[in-house]
Design a protein around this ligand. Structure first.
Ligand SMILES: *Cc1c(COP(=O)(O)O)cnc(C)c1O
Length: 376
C-alpha cells in the first residue's frame, strides 16, 4: 500500500519520512533539527491508510467521498485518491484541486453544495462532473437546488418527473453532533421512504444513497455510529442492496488525526509562578478550530531532553496576533520553556488550515509547511 501512495499525485513530488508510530516526537524533533524555524505540520499517510482500512471494515461496500473542505492538503487528497476514495467538492476550486490529481470527474466527484453559483455549475458540467447532492437535513437531488422536508418529497419528485430530470437518489448529512448516532437510523428510514415514493410515482429506480459525513475518528464513536448505520441499511435497504450504491462524505474522520502541528515559542513572560508564552500559530490560524470546532488543545513540549518528573508551571499560551481572544490555553501545566522551543498539538487536521485567516498579517494556510510522513 505504501508503494502506491508514494507514487500518487500530490505525494510523489514530496519527501515522505518513515517513522515508528511510538517515535512521533523523535520525528518532530528531527524536522526541527533539520532546520525548521516556524510552525509546521506533519501528515502521517500511514494513519490515512489505517483509517481507510477501518472505514472499509466498518462500512463494507460504502465508498467514502472525502469532504474536501475539511482539509485540502494535496498529500491527503492524493493519498485518498490512491486508496480509491471519491471526493465531495463544494466549489469550483475544490473540484479543480481534485481533478488536478487525476481524479475521474464522472465517478470520483459529488458536487455537494446547497447553493451553487452559476459559474461553478457551468464549470462542473463542462468538466464532466455529473452528480450533485445538497447539504441539509434531508434533500433530494433534482439537478438544481431543492432542500426537502419529508412532506415535500413527493411534490419534488413530481416536479423532477415533469421536467424530465434524472433523480439519482437521496443524500443526507446529519452534521457533526458527536455521539448522536441514532440520527442515522431516522435518516436512512426517511431516505427509504423517498425511494418508495419515487417508485410509486413510476420513476426509474433510484440508485444512490449518500449517508453524508459527521463521522468521528474516535474509535468508540465511529464504531457506534457505523453499527447503527449497518443495522439501518439492512433494515430499510436490505431488499435494494447492492443495486443501490451507498456512499458517504466523511471529512473530519480522515483529516483530523493524521495531522500533528508543531508551533514555535516566539515570546515569553514570567509572572511569579505563572508562565506565559506566545507561539507562531493561534486562534486566527490553524488553531481557529478551538473556537469554531470544539478542538480541545492538549499541547506538549517538544523537549530537547525531556526530564522525567520535571517541574511544570501553570502556563498560558497565546497566538501571535494582537487580539486578546488569541489565547490557546490558560492555566495549563507545561515545563519551563524558552523562546525557540516547540509545542506539539495532535489531531490537528480537521477544519484547521482550511478555516485559517490571515488576520494581522499571519497566514497559517499558506505559511505553514506540511511534511509528509508514513508511520509503521
Ligand atoms: C462538511 C460536510 C461533510 C463533512 O462533514 P464532517 O463532519 O467533516 O465529516 C459532509 N457532507 C457535507 C454535505 C458537508 O457539508
Amino acid at each position: 500500500m505504501m508503494q502506491s501512495l508514494l507514487v500518487a499525485p500530490g505525494v510523489n513530488d514530496r519527501t515522505v519520512l518513515p517513522f515508528k508510530l511510538e517515535d512521533k516526537d523523535a520525528l518532530m524533533r528531527s524536522i526541527v533539527d533539520g532546520g525548521a524555524r516556524s510552525a509546521f505540520f506533519v501528515l502521517d499517510l500511514g494513519r490515512v491508510v489505517e483509517l481507510h482500512r477501518r472505514w472499509q471494515r466498518a462500512l463494507p461496500g460504502v465508498r467514502p467521498f472525502y469532504a474536501v473542505k475539511c482539509n485540502t492538503d494535496p498529500g491527503l487528497l492524493g493519498a485518498l485518491a490512491a486508496l480509491g476514495a471519491g471526493f465531495d467538492c463544494a466549489s469550483r476550486r475544490e473540484m479543480e484541486a481534485v481533478l488536478a490529481l487525476g481524479a475521474d470527474p464522472g465517478t470520483c466527484i459529488v458536487y455537494a453544495n446547497p447553493c451553487k453559483p452559476e459559474a461553478h455549475v457551468r464549470y462542473a458540467a463542462q468538466a464532466g462532473v455529473n452528480l450533485t447532492t445538497y447539504d441539509s437535513e434531508f434533500e433530494v437531488d433534482l439537478g438544481i437546488k431543492y432542500g426537502a422536508r419529508a412532506d415535500e418529497v413527493v411534490p419534488l419528485l413530481r416536479a423532477a418527473q415533469h421536467a424530465g430530470l434524472n433523480v439519482a437518489g437521496v443524500s443526507f448529512h446529519v452534521g457533526y453532533g458527536g455521539p448522536r448516532t441514532d440520527v442515522y437510523e431516522a435518516a436512512i428510514q426517511a431516505a427509504r421512504a423517498a425511494f418508495d415514493a419515487a417508485a410509486a410515482l413510476g420513476m426509474p429506480p433510484m440508485r444512490l444513497l449518500d449517508i453524508g459525513g459527521g463521522f468521528a475518528a474516535t474509535a468508540a464513536l465511529f464504531d457506534e455510529a457505523t453499527a447503527v448505520i449497518r443495522a439501518a441499511l439492512a433494515r430499510h435497504f436490505g431488499d435494494l442492496l447492492p443495486r443501490v450504491e451507498v456512499i458517504g462524505e466523511p471529512g473530519r474522520y480522515f483529516a483530523e488525526t493524521p495531522f500533528t502541528l508543531a508551533a514555535r515559542v516566539i515570546g515569553k513572560r514570567v509572572r511569579g509562578e505563572a508562565r506565559e508564552y506566545w507561539i507562531d500559530d493561534g486562534i486566527y490560524g490553524s488553531l481557529n478550530t478551538v473556537v469554531t470546532d470544539g478542538y480541545v488543545p492538549r499541547p506538549r513540549a517538544l523537549a530537547a531532553a525531556s526530564v522525567p518528573g520535571e517541574e511544570t508551571y501553570a502556563s498560558t499560551v497565546f497566538g501571535p496576533t494582537c487580539d486578546s481572544l488569541d489565547t490557546v490555553v490558560t492555566g495549563y501545566q507545561l515545563p519551563e520553556m524558552s523562546i525557540g522551543d516547540w509545542l506539539l498539538f495532535d489531531d490537528m487536521g480537521a477544519y484547521t488550515t482550511a478555516c485559517a485567516s490571515n488576520f494581522n498579517g499571519f497566514s497559517a494556510a499558506s505559511d505553514i509547511n506540511t511534511f509528509l510522513a508514513y508511520s509503521t
